[in-house]
Design a protein around this ligand. Structure first.
Ligand code: PLP
Ligand code: COI
Length: 339
């Protein structure tokens, strides 16, 4: 195995040794297969290739202070993948099968779990594909579920250093009653152009607005948005946002810290009233935001003095402490995969 610079890993693809796969044919899941190939052999008329019958998930396994490897809230990812499957008429992966496969693939790739203290984690990417052929626009009769893994660092290269984000109004990630609330590939295809432009213009990510009225904040690229105002943790409520498991966890931790939690529409104008702002997600962890630039109006909202704010920092430290087994896990969010 090559030497891995565990502490400076990007968030990207990393070849490991094994992945696991399982097929659903005519409604029945088959045997779990282990593969060491990075490729999948797929029918040219597979519905995932033509009609976007594809959903994925993202989870992390952390090597704890005690040497144990813990996966964070996998049941929530399993449930969200079931909702994604239901949303675009794919076969649902039962939670037991989901867990069996993540446990297997993590154990088989144990040497790729970054050591404690490096700030990196093993990223798990479950993927559900319509593999059966169709030419008419119809759901497939065969599905493949697979899980691959790889060690990663934080999504935004700045890590916990505050980033700049850009509000876009000339692109929508998804339609108001579309598929934004589930984790299907089409949502990400629609985000590629504005995200690439934002990068070119010097921003870490775009912030999408709710597409119908363009008045409310939806989400921050591949992460949910939150703002801190006084004693409140405020995060947008919208049908077109992916319900983030990280955000759900932060809402609980914020309440535990005595903050009031509000999940509601957040007007763009309200950005000027927040003392702190952040983006959160499995890949992003928490990325503090130091500036939000509205590309159309030219308005800029700024937060803090270049460092993450105190509430954001406290939330980040608490979440990380639970994930790395440094502090008790009162809600049972972590499951030990390797003792
Ligand atoms: N929003 C989008 C669009 C995402 O892709 C993700 C990542 O999964 C999130 C938010 C964060 O969700 P989670 O915290 O469950 O990873
Ligand atoms: C995650 O946070 O797990 C994601 O999937 C975000 C992105 C890489 C799509």
């Amino acid at each position: 195995m090559q030497d891995i610079e565990w502490g400076s890993l990007p968030f990207g693809y990393f070849k490991t040794e094994y992945n696991v796969r399982c097929y659903n044919r005519f409604g029945e899941w088959g045997e779990v297969e282990v593969s060491s190939s990075e490729y999948i052999n797929i029918h040219m008329a597979a519905t995932c290739l033509h009609y976007g019958q594809e959903a994925f998930e993202g989870m992390k396994v952390f090597r704890g202070v005690d040497g144990k490897a813990r996966v964070f809230r996998w049941e929530e990812n399993a449930k969200r993948m079931q909702r994604s499957a239901e949303g675009i008429l794919m076969a649902e992966v039962p939670s037991e099968l989901f867990y069996e496969m993540i446990e297997k693939v993590v154990k088989m790739n144990e040497k790729f779990i970054p050591p404690y203290g490096t700030g990196s984690a093993l990223y798990l990417r479950p993927l559900l594909l319509g593999t059966g052929p169709q030419v008419g626009v119809k759901p497939a009769e065969e599905y493949m579920f697979m899980v691959f893994v790889g060690p990663v660092g934080p999504y935004f290269k700045e890590g916990f250093q505050p980033v700049r984000m850009q509000i876009v109004r000339d692109y929508d990630r998804c339609a108001p009653l579309g598929t934004g609330h589930i984790k299907v590939g089409g949502n990400y295809a629609a985000s590629l152009k504005p995200a690439a432009r934002a990068k070119e213009e010097g921003f870490a990510s775009v912030i999408f607005l709710e597409a119908k009225e363009k008045k409310y904040i939806d989400e921050a690229g591949p992460a949910n948005f939150f703002g801190i105002k006084g004693n409140k943790y405020i995060t947008p409520d919208s049908h077109s946002i992916l319900p983030s498991i990280t955000n759900m966890s932060l809402r609980t931790l914020a309440e535990d810290m005595g903050l009031e939690v509000e999940k509601r529409h957040v007007l763009v104008e309200e950005l000027g009233e927040f003392e702190e702002a952040g983006a959160c997600g499995t890949a992003a962890i928490i990325s503090p935001i130091r500036e939000i630039f509205d590309r159309e109006t030219g308005e800029t909202f700024t937060y803090g003095d270049g460092e993450a704010g105190p509430v954001t920092t406290k939330l980040y430290n608490k979440l990380r402490a639970i994930q790395y087994g440094e502090e008790p896990d009162p809600y049972g969010w972590t499951k030990i995969i390797i003792e």
